[in-house]
Design a protein around this ligand. Structure first.
Ligand code: PLP
Length: 398
């Protein structure tokens, strides 16, 4: 049968594939330590859960406006003002079923067939596929570990073409943990202005930032940057709400907002009404839990770095945000383990999972085959045990 060529070209998410494989081994009773999942291991804070229950009891279980409820848009406008120095009106904010839908709405609203989108690499798994889904062409911009995986205007100039329509910035970054400072973002904003590009700024991890690093929203840098940016965020990571599926985005360009809203109204309609009331409590209620979780992630980051320092032949770049560590395992390539040759990070991740029962995500998923990504959104006990097994494998490989 002649099915969709476009969808046929979309690749399976490697992250989900490895999580599924680890899940299967776990079901078989194996003692798996999982560093794969990109989600906090904490439950959603109590105050948020209570507000969701209340919403259900009060009958807030019906359709809402397709782009979200006004009280949440107002709360998000306040949040943008207080946290990000951004003056979006509630009418310029769209609430979606997760940050992923916000990104999909944004790309669908701006791209025509053949439009190119600059994506710094290593990148979050879904960016290239989402661009392809909107008939665009992902252009991967290579970055280097020794420059903290950051793009600069000089690097970007090599990749820009008359077809370039947009650039995706993700700070703090999944998978690298890099955080762009104000000056670096100013350079990127000027580059975008010079080439008249739309900026999609994915700020999903803004609250998870460590060691004095500061989150800056690129849209806040100038009137021009504000006009050309679509700011994407969500409650999934900061509030341990991945399953509730609430993300949001904001744009100063009313035409883009209208197009995203129209698209959403015909695809999913409103995000879950109950989840929206929960998100309202998340962004406007007590923030103590967010700070506690962030503090705990910070401690885990220090622990995982300390344990990795103790493993010979591997290296990493210190993350400043999010909850991932990218470990360079290229020194293992060409070596054999139990008769299996390790040629790349996919092979390394396979051996680590099957023989040491530790799940990590191979860097191929993010465009860098020398690395594996470990999410440290798991207990310190798991981190200790997982890194012990990781070290064992490296030592046995010799
Ligand atoms: N952006 C980045 C960088 C992410 O890591 C994720 C989730 O993994 C998302 C967006 C999507 O988040 P959500 O779960 O809200 O769809």
């Amino acid at each position: 049968m002649n099915l969709s060529e476009k969808i046929g070209k979309i690749e399976e998410s490697v992250t989900l594939a490895i999580t599924a494989k680890a899940g299967k081994l776990k079901e078989e009773g194996k003692d798996i330590i999982g560093f794969g999942a990109g989600e906090p291991d904490f439950n959603t804070p109590e105050n948020i859960i209570s507000k969701a229950i209340l919403a259900m009891e009060e009958g807030k279980t019906k359709y809402t406006p397709a782009s979200g409820i006004l009280p949440l848009k107002k709360a998000l406008a306040e949040k943008f003002k207080n946290d990000n120095e951004l003056n979006y009106k509630p009418s310029q904010i769209i609430i979606s079923t997760g940050g992923k839908q916000s990104l999909n709405n944004a790309l669908s609203a701006i791209l025509n067939p053949g439009d190119e989108v600059l994506i710094p690499s290593p990148y979050w798994v879904s960016y290239p596929e989402l661009v392809k889904l909107s008939d665009g062409i992902p252009v991967l911009v290579e970055t280097k570990a020794d420059s903290f995986y950051k793009i600069t205007p000089e690097i970007l100039e090599k990749y820009v073409s008359p077809k370039t329509k947009a650039i995706i910035i993700n700070s703090p970054s999944n998978p690298t943990g890099s955080v762009y400072n104000r000056q670096e973002l100013e350079g990127i904003a000027e580059f975008a202005k010079r080439h008249d590009l739309i900026i999609i700024s994915d700020e999903m991890y803004e609250k998870l930032i460590y060691d004095g690093a500061q989150h800056v929203s690129i849209a806040s840098l100038s009137e021009d940057a504000f006009e050309r940016t679509i700011t994407v965020n969500g409650v999934s990571k900061a509030y341990a709400m991945t399953g509730w599926r609430i993300g949001y985005c904001a744009a100063a360009n009313d035409k883009i907002v209208k197009m995203m809203s129209n698209l959403q109204s015909h695809t999913t309609s409103n995000p879950s009404s109950i989840s929206q009331y929960a998100a309202l409590e998340a962004v406007s209620g007590d923030q103590t839990k967010v700070l506690e979780m962030k503090e705990e992630f910070g401690k885990r980051k220090d622990l995982i770095m300390k344990l990795t320092d103790d493993i010979p032949g591997v290296s990493y770049i210190k993350p400043e945000g999010a909850f991932y560590l990218m470990i360079n395992v290229s020194s293992c390539f060409g070596k054999e383990y139990n008769g299996r040759k390790i040629e790349n990070s996919m092979d390394f991740a396979d051996v680590l999972l099957e023989d040491k029962l530790v799940a990590v995500v191979p860097g191929e998923a993010f465009g860098d085959p020398e690395f594996v990504r470990l999410s440290y959104a798991t207990s310190r006990k798991n981190i200790e045990e997982g890194l012990k097994r990781f070290k064992e494998l490296i030592m046995e490989l010799g």
